[in-house]
Design a binder for this molecule. Structure first.
Ligand SMILES: *[C@@H]1O[C@H](CO)[C@@H](O)[C@H](O)[C@H]1NC(C)=O
Length: 337
């Protein structure tokens, strides 16, 4: 199973080099630098039966078992291999037409690589392997992307004076700074690096980075998600049945969790986004009883109005600034503006 995948890599590497080679016959493709028809002693007009006949004769002639001397044997086995390859290509109508195309259009060498390897690979690579590789690649990208987001958030916090100070305070109260006192001239760089690492560690331990920038977990990755899918599905169905039974059938009051859930849905936030909503905002949602649709609609309209007003104010302020920049009330203009 692994071999075809390896060959795909080889293909990619070869492909990179196709742009530097231009031969009618390409080494490694079809019959290499020889013409497949010549190898079998046939012509392009030959019928398939003719080709088969010629192949059988040549194969018999060059069969390694028919040769006794060591060097004859080697030559024969080489020839035998060549004949077999040529026949493999010419007996298959599709491969033969690809090959003819190459003979007629020697300049399109990259196309030849493509056709050749597509035919060689396609039936051999298991679709399941392709899917598995794709999922793995996506998983790796997800995890590394998450890690990079998290690191950039952490870097940002480490540069922020406010968080640095707080981290230093924590370091002081925990007595982590004492070690750094005995730094001498030589170790200055080192001590600085150590301090940076310490600040970073403290911030990492004490900050709760949430939302899109939180530390990626292995469970976020597509592979794990797919494996866990039946479990999540089951949990969701149970949750949904409980909801319907409790609130729709028995008509119970919503608890805090249910209220938040409804509000989150109204706001159109994902779980990760919801986690980064501040406690004040959540309290505001609760005060306005936003789990009731009418209240949410009213509240949303108000918010939008407010946003519009702020934007307008901001624009008016900008216009005023522009006006003042041009000279304010004392400006002189010539003619109608
Ligand atoms: C939310 O709506 C209900 C019923 O529509 C109403 O009784 C209640 O006063 C509203 N709450 C707020 C905070 O506006």
């Amino acid at each position: 199973m692994a071999a075809p995948v390896n060959r795909r890599w080889i293909f990619l590497i070869i492909c990179a080099s196709c742009f530097f080679t231009a031969h009618a016959f390409i080494e490694g493709l079809y019959c290499g630098v020889e013409n497949c028809y010549d190898v079998l002693g046939v012509t392009r007009d030959s019928e398939r039966s003719e080709i088969s006949k010629s192949y059988r004769q040549l194969a018999k002639k060059w069969h390694p078992d028919r040769h006794k001397k060591q060097e004859d044997k080697e030559k024969a086995s080489e020839m035998f291999q060549k004949i077999a390859t040529a026949y493999e290509i010419l007996k298959d109508d599709e491969q033969r037409s690809d090959y003819d195309y190459m003979l007629d259009n020697p300049d399109e060498y990259y196309a030849h690589y493509y056709y050749y390897y597509r035919r060689q690979m396609a039936p051999k690579v298991d679709v399941r392997i392709v899917i598995a590789v794709a999922i793995t690649v996506i998983s790796v990208i997800q995890y590394l992307g998450g890690l990079s987001n998290y690191n950039s958030a952490l870097n940002y916090l480490c540069k922020d004076q406010k968080y640095r100070m707080r981290a230093m305070d924590i370091a002081r109260t925990e007595g982590l700074l004492n070690n750094n006192k005995k730094k001498n001239r030589k170790g200055k760089e080192e001590a600085k690096e150590e301090e940076e690492a310490m600040i970073r560690k403290i911030i990492e331990e004490n900050m709760d980075i949430r939302g899109g920038y939180r530390k990626p977990k292995v469970t976020d990755v597509l592979w794990v998600q797919l494996v866990l899918l039946p479990y999540w599905l089951y949990k969701y169905v149970v949750w949904w049945l409980r909801w319907v039974y409790k609130f729709n059938i028995k008509g119970e009051e919503y608890g805090v969790e249910e209220k938040f859930h409804i509000i989150r849905k109204f706001l159109g936030l994902g779980q990760a986004q919801w986690e980064s909503v501040t406690e004040e905002d959540k309290a505001e949602y609760m005060d306005h009883e936003l789990w009731i649709k009418e209240n949410f609609t009213v509240w949303k309209e108000e918010k939008e109005e407010e946003m519009k007003r702020k934007l307008a104010e901001n624009n008016r302020y900008k216009m005023y600034r522009r006006y003042m920049k041009k000279g304010g009330a004392g400006q002189m203009t010539f003619g109608p503006e």
